[in-house]
Write a protein that binds this ligand. Structure first.
Ligand code: TRP
Length: 332
């Protein structure tokens, strides 16, 4: 029997994901379970590279875990765990930090952006974050890593770190490849459609959260910024309409031509309502399943405990070999 390739991905625990996180990343993770062995992780250790309120973080980690399950990740078929539960990530991180260059980390655009945004807290963790991300991936020798465009640079660095380690200590790590999911365009802000949809946007109408209720979703879409024409069609310069068409297409499976036909001669009002309702209906089962899971803390605990045990089993084998390779004295 041919061995399945291994997928690894992780998401930071923001509690609830945006429609952008959902369409661009998380909803594509469940179908991968049919073809690959999958390991998915809530990256809570990455989250503390920026200031977090502890009680809130704890809540967000649990709700992110439940949300991943609600989006179809099956904790029995796949390994689904919380990063801080599996100490091998921190152990491997140290070794990889010692194989990552200051210059490489300095070139990371996310580091530059985040240090500009938080000038009062440019901590060492924020700087070495890509080494931890490399540790996440390399601990399992993942073949493919589904990531969005914003993480591509970090993934390339992971490959470079793995390559350098292999050169220094002999071939060992699998070089991870990006798994590009073709979702068409990025999901943009509903208020400023040239900017990415983001949870941290000051205008709450700019961003759809996947746990928003139907009324909220429809209302936000009704307020979406469009243009002064009255034609639903995908064209350069029609950023607002293009974004709404992308979203509508993503949740209904309709292509742009049939969307244009469906709304020919109708106003933007009708179109915006239709998009809002389609999104809300599409997300309804996720919300329902999430509500069921988050109310069942004992079951969640059972899932993340088993997930951590399974992740630990694989990654501790990797770390033991890495320790030996770098010249540490075997304990057993
Ligand atoms: N850095 C990723 C993000 O912010 C999350 C992440 C952490 C990740 N470790 C990873 C993604 C490993 C892919 C593989 O979105």
């Amino acid at each position: 029997m041919e061995e399945k390739k291994l997928i690894f991905s992780a998401i930071q625990p923001t509690g609830t994901f945006t429609l952008g996180n959902y369409i661009g990343a998380v909803r594509n993770w469940a179908p991968l379970q049919d073809k690959y062995d999958c390991i998915y992780c809530v990256a809570d250790m990455h989250a503390i590279t920026v200031k977090q309120e502890p009680a809130k973080l704890r809540q967000n980690i649990l709700s992110s875990y439940a949300l991943l399950m609600a989006c179809g990740i099956d904790p029995e078929r796949s390994i689904l765990f919380i990063q801080s539960h599996v100490p091998t990530h921190a152990m491997l991180n140290w070794i990889l930090c010692c194989n990552t260059q200051f210059g490489e980390l300095s070139r990371m655009t996310q580091f530059k952006d985040k240090s500009q945004k938080h000038p009062d807290d440019i901590n060492a963790g924020l700087f070495t974050y890509p080494s931890l991300m490399a540790a996440d991936i390399l601990a399992y020798n993942a073949d493919f890593v589904p990531v969005g465009i914003d993480q591509k640079q970090h993934l390339e660095l992971s490959r470079n770190i793995a390559q350098r380690f292999n050169q220094r200590y002999g071939d060992f790590f699998t070089l991870p490849e990006p798994y590009i999911i073709d979702v068409g365009a990025k999901v943009m802000s509903l208020q400023e459609p040239t900017k990415k949809m983001s949870k941290s946007d000051e205008n709450p109408n700019a961003c759809i959260l996947i746990l928003d209720d139907k009324d909220t979703i429809v209302r936000k879409f009704k307020r979406a910024v469009t243009d002064s024409e009255a034609e639903v069609c995908f064209r350069d310069g029609k950023d607002g309409i293009n974004n709404l068409m992308t979203i509508y297409s993503a949740v209904t499976g309709k292509d742009f031509a049939s969307i244009e036909a469906e709304f020919a001669g109708k106003g933007y009002g009708d179109f915006k309502t239709a998009v809002g309702e389609a999104v809300a209906d599409h997300l309804e089962p996720v919300r329902t399943e999430y509500a069921r899971l988050i109310a069942d803390k004992a079951y969640l605990k059972k899932c993340y405990t088993e997930g951590a045990e399974r992740a630990m089993k694989i990654s501790s084998r990797t770390v033991a070999k890495v320790y030996h390779k770098v010249g540490f004295v075997d304990l057993k």
